[in-house]
Design a protein around this ligand. Structure first.
Ligand code: MEV
Length: 438
């Protein structure tokens, strides 16, 4: 049984030891460990069943973020991402959050929206009224259209109609089918339902149904996370907790008021969100689309998160965003790595997964704001970035770490300098590190 997500010394282990460590905690079967290590994950044969014209598979680093407590439960979080500092940032902020009880998260029901665009209607208001009058008949027409979802208690929930007054082709109608997809992301179920509904809507309105497709602005399927970080936990180096807290709130205010900053701020949130979405085989483009559309819902693109201080002077954070993820169906079911990631997370439902993902997004947001409003982002980035530069310069094995340290010490994390150093060491038989090695 997974007892704690605290993983002291984890960073210093090698990849196999880390896997052994988390596998033991999460009771991961050997084949799922192999799937995560890449050895028995997505094979080209399996990939060939998923998309067209397959020639191979594409891998990303998979890290495990430590220290997360979500709704009172310790969670080990698999994150698939190529960017340095993201996993470390999330783990670090989750550690500070533990002192305030971790993350509290919740979800609204998994209701997705399917859209039908209805054109060539003579009187849009009359057609709208006719559709709403037939609401019960419309819902009945798609009841049971996905037997698996119906059996799990999902299905059509509501039917709404909007008039689009102004568009490049003049006024038209949009019908929204609200459909509860339970633990599925639900794109297939929704698209099937909207296609099935089209003839009936044409009959009722006398119009022509054009597009029939889900909306990625899944604003009825929201996930929310909250965190309280005690002011004292925020202090480090020469920075008092109060200064860090106020700096984070000021940084958030920038994103709340300015779309240029909000885009970057939200990108930081998505660093955490996408990494878990990808690791669990979910559709990260859908999540990205929903997040940014939701961030612009007031008419002005803004921050997805909010930060403020409470009456004790502690830092309170909140993140709310659409979270159309599933734990059944699609790549989640097919990809062995995704299955292993879900097992590691210990989640059995889409809601449980969404609650963890939104918590990771919030942790990632505060990691970035803390760094940006104190010592800047580059310091933390440089260590790992330097390793990538070292590899790009041709370093191998132990040279990678040694070269990376030297580049950071010299504050010259550049490929040209890395090549120069590597060449001089190799000529000198691995000798002089020019005094900078630490
Ligand atoms: C970099 O991937 C993400 C940040 O730019 C986010 C932010 O600025 O808040 C550091």
């Amino acid at each position: 049984m997974q007892t704690t997500s605290r993983l002291p010394g984890f960073y210093d282990l090698d990849t196999k030891q880390r896997m052994h460590n988390v596998a033991e905690r999460a009771e991961l079967p050997v084949e799922q460990q192999a799937a995560l290590l890449g050895a028995a994950g997505l094979t080209p044969e399996l990939a060939d069943q998923m998309i067209e014209n397959v020639v191979g598979v594409f891998a990303l680093p998979l890290g495990v973020a430590a220290n997360f407590v979500v709704n009172g439960r310790d969670v080990l979080v698999p994150m698939a991402i190529e960017e340095p500092s993201v996993v470390a940032g999330a783990s670090f902020m989750a550690k500070l959050a533990r002192a305030g009880g971790g993350f509290r998260a919740e979800c609204s029901p998994p209701e997705m929206i399917g859209q039908l665009q209805i054109l060539d209607v003579e009187d849009v208001e009359a057609a709208k009224a006719a559709l709403l009058e037939q609401r019960v008949r419309v819902l009945a027409a798609v009841e049971g259209i996905d037997p698996v979802i119906s059996e799990l208690g999902g299905g059509a929930r509501d039917f709404e109609v909007r008039v689009i007054e102004r568009s490049p082709i003049g006024p038209f109608l949009v019908a929204h089918l609200i459909y509860d997809t339970r633990d599925a992301m639900g794109a297939n179920a929704i698209n099937t339902a909207t296609e099935a509904l089209a003839p009936l809507l044409e009959q009722i309105t006398g119009g022509r149904v054009h597009l029939r497709i889900l909306s990625n602005l899944a604003d009825r399927r929201l996930a929310r996370a909250r965190v309280c970080i005690p002011q004292t936990e925020l202090a480090f180096g020469g920075y008092s907790g109060k200064r860090v807290r106020d700096g984070i709130i000021e940084a958030w205010a920038f994103a709340a008021a300015d779309p240029y900053r909000a885009a970057t701020h939200n990108k930081g949130i998505m660093n955490g969100v996408d990494a878990v979405v990808i690791a669990t085989g979910n559709d990260w483009r859908a999540i990205e689309a929903g997040a940014h559309a939701y961030a612009a819902r007031s008419g002005c693109y803004s921050s997805l998160s909010r930060w403020r201080k409470d009456e004790n002077g502690d830092l309170l954070g909140e993140l709310e965003m659409p979270m159309a993820v599933g734990t059944v169906g699609g790549a989640t079911r097919v990809h062995p790595g995704a299955q292993a990631a879900l097992r590691l997370l210990g989640v059995g439902s889409a809601a449980g997964l969404a609650e963890i993902i939104v918590s990771v997004g919030l942790a990632q947001n505060i990691a970035a704001l803390r760094a940006l409003s104190t010592e800047g982002i580059q310091r933390g980035h440089m260590g790992l970035h330097a390793r990538q530069v070292a590899i790009a310069a041709g370093a191998e094995g132990a040279e990678v770490e040694r070269l990376a340290r030297q580049l950071v010490a010299e504050e010259k994390v550049r490929v040209d300098r890395a090549r120069e150093l590597l060449q001089s060491w190799r000529i000198g038989g691995g000798g002089n590190a020019q005094g900078g090695e630490q």
